[in-house]
Design a protein around this ligand. Structure first.
Ligand SMILES: [Zn+2]
Length: 366
């Protein structure tokens, strides 16, 4: 069965702020949150350990994420920051959440820092797939920092690298380093300095949430690997008023730099006015497949698009295409892709192979 690698899940944010326990099933988590304000806040969860197993989700990029106070999202957003020091502490708490999770449940979640971790992890999955009586292997987590304000100064990025961060997206909203979603603007002087430090360490740059201008600057300037962990093609999202997704010229440049783009199956990023257009019932997976296909058509191949669900990242089951009840249903993409003419090799690349290439080319040896 096809393995899945998903490049964007805000696991730590949900663990720290909402107390979600992802070692449980999605149904159990939903049950425990019944009649709480969490549902209005972040929806019903799409994640849970048995659901990862059902879809053979072998690796996720788990984010470190905190909210700047000016974008405070209310009651449950307990991790907000104003100063670089506050951001730093907040991002450290996210990091600690992954360390606790993997210490307490090594049979369910495992952090992947380097090539030997990755190879050992893949070997466990292969053994499991060839002898299905083995216990199911853990989900591998690679740490991705979303929004770089927790890095107090560019030189500190080396410390974060030592702590295990392997990918960094400098923006969410705008940060001290660059313009971001709803905060247009360029890379700052500190932003260029941050990129230089990152390149030296071999950290993967994630341009998702960067403003069009700062993303294009980064694509011109950054010497290392570039990806977009969770971004869609703006051209296909009718009515979208925010600078959250990638323009065609950015997608072309990302492809030219041998990057990979993880596309997001959430309704607002497939049709901005989906609620007025009939709601969840009328948003089907074909709209998500259209995003995947769009990137493949621009590239002329299937080497540059992959999965970046952003599940539980501010939305739940209520806001994804109607065929999806949890991450277990990502396997439903496969027949859709086949119907559209994608062969088995293409499908393997989209479901995991392209992200695996990024990890194999960029994780350190040890
Ligand atoms: Zn995001």
């Amino acid at each position: 069965m096809t393995l899945i690698i998903d490049a964007h899940q805000d696991l730590a944010w949900n663990m720290v702020n909402l107390g979600r326990d992802y070692t449980r099933s999605a149904e159990d988590i939903r049950q425990s949150e019944k009649n709480t304000p969490i549902l209005a806040y972040n929806g019903n969860t799409l994640l849970g350990w048995p659901q990862y197993q059902q879809a053979n989700v072998a690796i996720v990029f788990g984010t470190l994420f905190c909210t700047p106070r000016r974008r405070d999202q209310g009651e449950y957003d307990i991790q907000v920051y104003e100063t670089p020091q506050e951001a730093h502490e907040c991002y450290r708490q996210n990091l600690d959440a992954y360390l606790r999770l993997t210490d307490q449940h090594p049979e369910k979640f495992r952090l992947l820092y380097n090539q030997s971790d990755l190879n050992a992890h893949l070997a466990t999955w292969e053994a499991h797939q060839s002898q299905s009586q083995d216990p199911p292997p853990p989900v591998g987590i690679v740490i991705l920092m979303e929004g770089a304000d927790g890095i107090r100064e560019p030189e500190e990025v080396e410390q974060w690298y030592d702590w295990g961060v392997r990918l960094i997206g400098p923006a969410w909203a705008g940060t001290r380093y660059c313009g971001g979603t709803r905060d247009p603007g360029p890379l700052t002087k500190a932003g260029f300095a941050l990129l230089d430090q990152m390149a030296e360490l071999g950290i993967v740059l994630d341009i998702s949430h960067m403003d069009h201008q700062s993303a294009r600057q980064a694509l011109d300037h950054y010497a290392g690997q570039i990806i977009a962990s969770h971004s869609n093609a703006e051209a296909l999202i009718s009515g979208i008023p925010i600078n959250r997704h990638l323009k065609d010229e950015t997608i072309r440049q990302l492809i030219a730099r041998n990057g990979v783009m993880g596309v997001i199956p959430t309704n607002a990023f497939l049709d901005w006015n989906w609620r007025d257009h009939g709601g969840r019932d009328v948003i089907g997976l074909e709209k998500y497949i259209a995003q995947i296909d769009y990137v493949c058509q621009i590239a002329g191949n299937t080497h540059h698009v992959a999965i970046g669900t952003d599940f539980d990242g501010g939305f739940g089951v209520e806001s994804v295409p109607h065929e999806l009840d949890s991450i277990a249903d990502l396997t439903k993409l496969i027949p859709h892709l086949k119907k559209k003419g994608y062969n088995q090799e293409d499908i393997e690349r989209i479901m995991h192979g392209n992200w695996l290439r990024i990890l194999q080319n960029n994780l350190p040896n040890s």
